[in-house]
Write a protein that binds this ligand. Structure first.
Ligand code: MN
Length: 284
């Protein structure tokens, strides 16, 4: 017995800023929050061409109650936030931001990158925080490509961003058990792995086509795997890339509204009040 695909979620197209459409498999009406927990939002952006006149830039905005993780495959991004953190990431790097009690940040391409022009491609993932950690102090982990352990061989690279997998442990510190693996496969390559069966497990395909148990997962689709066993197997039908996500579900109510992910609507209202009163700080 192995873990089998129980559901395939197709991305919705979402115009996240004028002219910029991202693939968004999460959130979805096709799955209950508890089935995808602790993951609440997945935006797959690009590949986009950007330049000085045509950016992919988020002006200052607040977040509270979750972690925002940017996994960049190609291009460059720059981040500044109200705690004074500043980071630049390029293809292969990961930025793991704990919004916690609240940050104000912006997310843009660096000026010199916009002047040359280039391609930007990546994923932004929102990972929920358990109630007891929603109001922790904000934090920021810059995880460079070289700090991401990889397993290579037989036409496969598995990059372990978070969690312990095949006796390697990713650099990201997380508030609840989370596994995140970026996989790159040549056509025909196979992977056999295991994910603890108390964790929800899903695979989102960013490029190509892979299959598991006779079912195909196409580019921009997310397959949800049932528990049952710990072991899973996938095969690349084409040169492919994917993000495997797994985590222990957080068994609490989720109220997501705009840039906040809390447990109750009262807490969402409080977040808006605090934001209006300037409690999220400023960017200099
Ligand atoms: Mn943001």
């Amino acid at each position: 017995m192995s873990r089998e695909i129980i559901k395939i979620i197709r991305s919705e197209k979402q115009e996240i800023m004028p002219g910029r459409i991202v693939n968004a498999p999460l959130p979805t009406d096709d799955a209950e929050n508890i089935e995808t927990s602790p993951f609440v939002v997945l935006h797959h952006f690009g590949p986009f061409e950007v330049n000085y006149l045509n950016k992919f830039a988020f002006e200052p905005h607040p977040h509270r109650g979750f972690e925002a993780v940017t996994i960049l495959f190609e291009g460059e991004m720059e981040h500044r936030d109200s705690t004074g953190s500043h980071g630049k990431l390029s293809g292969g790097d990961v930025q793991w931001m704990t919004a916690g009690s609240g940050v104000l940040h912006d997310e843009k391409q660096p000026q010199d990158f916009l002047e040359k022009g280039g391609i930007i491609h990546g994923i932004q993932l929102w990972i929920n925080l358990p109630r007891e950690f929603k109001m922790v102090n904000p934090g920021y982990q810059d995880i460079g490509s070289k700090d991401i352990p990889a397993i290579n061989g037989n036409g496969v690279t598995e990059r372990i961003i978070a969690g312990t997998y095949k006796s390697k442990t990713g650099a990201a510190k997380t508030y609840s058990p989370v596994t995140a693996i970026h996989g790159i496969m040549e056509k025909g390559a196979k992977i056999a792995g295991s994910i603890p069966n108390d964790q929800n497990m899903m695979i989102y395909v960013t490029k190509g086509k892979i299959s598991s148990g006779g079912r195909d997962i196409l580019q921009s689709e997310m397959a949800m795997f049932g528990a049952g066993d710990e072991n899973y197997e996938i095969t690349a039908q084409e040169p492919s890339e994917y993000l495997l996500l797994a985590g222990e579900p957080i068994n609490e109510p989720v109220v997501q509204y705009g840039p906040f992910v809390m447990n109750t609507m009262g807490e969402i209202k409080q977040a808006f009040l605090d934001y209006r009163e300037g409690k999220f700080g400023t960017l200099n």
